[in-house]
Design a protein around this ligand. Structure first.
Ligand SMILES: Cc1ncc(COP(=O)(O)O)c(C=O)c1O
Length: 419
C-alpha cells in the first residue's frame, strides 16, 4: 500500500463499481458469456430488432484538432436544441437555441459541472436515487447543504408535488436534483405532476435539476412500449427564464455509453455559468465525438432507435417483472421507465431477504445484482443505522434478452434450493 491517507484519502468503490469488483474476484469479465450482469448500468449496445444500424465510423476534419468551445461546438449545440424543440416544444413560442445547450463528456461530468456552479443553497435530493449523487454532493458540502425530501413506498418512492412545494417553502430549498425516470426505481414523474414540478420551480425560483438520462425508456402501466419520451422541457414556459436544467446524453437512450457525450439544456445564462465552471474542471468535450453525435440525433435515426428501444426493452421488462413475481420478489413500483426493477426481497427466507446476502449468494451463481442500500444517497453519512433499503435489490434488464432470461432462471434455481 503506497497511499499515505494524509496525502491521498481512501475512496471506496461505489455502487455498480463495487458489484463489478466483487464479481471479478470470481471470474467475471465484461462480455463473459457465462455471467449474467443484472447489476448492469448500461443498455445493451449491439443490434436490436427494428433499430437503425449502429454507427461504426468516425469522420475527422482539420478543425477537430483544435480546442473547441467550452460548451460544445455550435453545430452540435444547435442539433440538441432542435432535438428538444422537435420532441417537446412543438407549437410553443419560446424555443431552445444553441445558447441553451452545453455539451460535456458524459453525464457524471455534466452533473459535476452543475454542482460546481451551485452557491450556498439548500440542495434537496430524494432516496433512493442515483448512487453517484452522494459523492458528487459531498465534494461541495462546504458550500451547499444537502436536504433529504420525504418519499414513500406508496408514492413509488417519488416526492409528490404537494410535498415538494411544502418543503421548498418551509425549508428554503434552493435547488432539487432528481433522476426522472428514476434510477433505481423506474418511477416516472410525468403529465400533471411534472408540470407541477416545473411550476413550483418557476414560482419559488428553485433550480430544478432533472437528470433525464433514461428519458426514452418509457413503458405503459401494463408494460407496453410507451408512445414517446418524457422531459421537463414540455412544461417550460420561457426557455431563458424558467429555472430548469435538463441533463441527458447518448449514454442510455441512444445506447452509446462509451462515447461519453452528454448535454444540459436550460436558460442561456445558466448554460454560460456551467461553461465557466467547466473551464477549470475539464476544458470541454472531444470535438471528434461531438461531430459523430450529430448523426445520432438526425431525426429519422433518433426516432428509429428510440422506438425500437422501447419495444425491445418493454419485452425484457415484462419478462423480468413476471419472473420476479414468481420468485416472491415484488417490484415496487412496476417500472414505467429505465431498465431497472426496484424490488423488495422482504418475503424471501432469511438471510436471503437482505440485499448484501442476496447479492453475495447470486454471485456464486454468476448473476450480478445491486443491493438496494447502495441507492440510499446519504451525503456525509449523516444518517446512521440500517438503511431502509436493506431488503431491496435493483435488477437490471440492460443486457440482451437471452442473458436476462438466463440470469432470472439461475436466480429461480438458487431460490428453489435455498427456500
Ligand atoms: C440517473 C443517471 N444519471 C446519469 C448517469 C451518468 O451517465 P454517464 O455514464 O454518461 O456518466 C447515470 C448512469 O448510470 C444515471 O443512472
Amino acid at each position: 500500500m503506497t497511499n499515505d491517507p494524509r496525502v491521498m484519502r481512501p475512496i471506496p468503490y461505489m455502487g455498480v463499481i463495487y458489484v463489478v469488483a466483487e464479481a471479478m474476484k470470481l471470474g467475471f469479465r465484461n462480455g463473459h458469456p457465462d455471467w449474467c450482469n443484472l447489476g448492469q448500468g448500461q443498455p445493451e449496445v449491439g443490434v436490436i430488432e427494428g433499430a437503425p444500424p449502429r454507427l461504426m465510423d468516425i469522420h475527422l476534419e482539420p478543425i477537430d484538432h483544435a480546442y473547441g468551445h467550452i460548451c460544445g461546438t455550435e453545430e452540435l449545440r444547435q442539433v440538441v436544441a432542435d432535438h428538444y424543440n422537435r420532441l417537446y416544444r412543438q407549437g410553443k413560442a419560446s424555443k431552445y437555441t444553441a445558447e441553451n445547450v452545453c455539451i460535456a463528456s458524459g453525464g457524471r461530468l455534466m452533473l459535476s459541472r452543475i454542482f460546481a456552479t451551485l452557491g450556498e443553497v439548500n440542495l434537496a435530493y430524494q432516496t433512493p436515487d442515483y448512487t453517484a449523487y452522494q459523492d458528487m454532493i459531498e465534494y461541495h458540502q462546504h458550500r451547499f447543504t444537502p436536504v433529504l425530501l420525504p418519499a414513500t413506498e406508496e408514492d413509488g418512492f417519488s416526492v409528490s408535488p404537494t410535498t415538494l412545494e411544502r418543503e421548498v417553502v418551509s425549508r428554503g430549498i434552493g435547488a432539487f436534483v432528481v433522476s426522472n425516470p428514476c434510477n433505481p426505481t423506474g418511477n416516472v414523474i410525468q403529465g400533471s405532476d411534472l408540470k407541477s414540478y416545473a411550476e413550483i420551480a418557476r414560482t419559488h425560483k428553485m433550480l430544478l435539476i432533472l437528470d433525464e438520462f433514461y428519458s426514452h425508456f418509457i413503458y405503459g402501466k401494463d408494460g407496453s412500449p410507451g408512445s414517446g419520451p418524457v422531459s421537463g422541457a414540455s412544461y417550460v414556459e420561457d426557455v431563458n427564464k424558467d429555472p430548469l436544467l435538463l441533463v441527458d446524453g447518448l449514454t442510455k437512450s441512444f445506447r452509446y455509453p462509451g462515447w461519453r457525450l452528454s448535454w444540459a439544456v436550460g436558460p442561456a445564462e445558466m448554460i454560460d455559468t456551467i461553461g465557466r465552471a467547466a473551464s477549470a474542471i475539464d476544458g470541454g468535450a472531444s470535438r471528434l465525438v461531438q461531430r459523430a453525435a450529430m448523426a445520432v440525433l438526425e431525426p429519422k435515426r433518433a426516432d428509429g432507435e428510440t422506438d425500437a428501444l422501447r419495444k425491445a426493452f418493454s419485452k425484457k421488462r415484462n419478462l423480468m417483472v413476471e419472473h420476479l413475481k414468481q420468485m416472491n420478489i415484488r417490484c415496487c413500483p412496476e417500472p414505467e421507465g429505465t431498465f431497472y426493477c426496484w424490488a423488495s426481497i422482504k418475503e424471501l427466507p432469511a438471510p436471503l431477504n437482505r440485499g448484501e446476502v442476496f447479492f453475495t449468494e447470486a454471485l456464486k451463481h454468476r448473476v450480478m445484482t445491486v443491493p438496494g442500500a447502495f441507492f440510499d444517497v446519504n451525503p456525509g453519512n449523516r444518517r446512521h443505522g440500517v438503511s431502509p433499503f436493506e431488503s431491496w435489490v435493483r435488477f437490471s434488464f440492460g443486457p440482451p434478452l437471452d442473458n436476462v432470461a438466463m440470469g432470472l432462471e439461475r436466480l429461480e434455481s438458487m431460490l428453489s434450493v435455498t427456500v
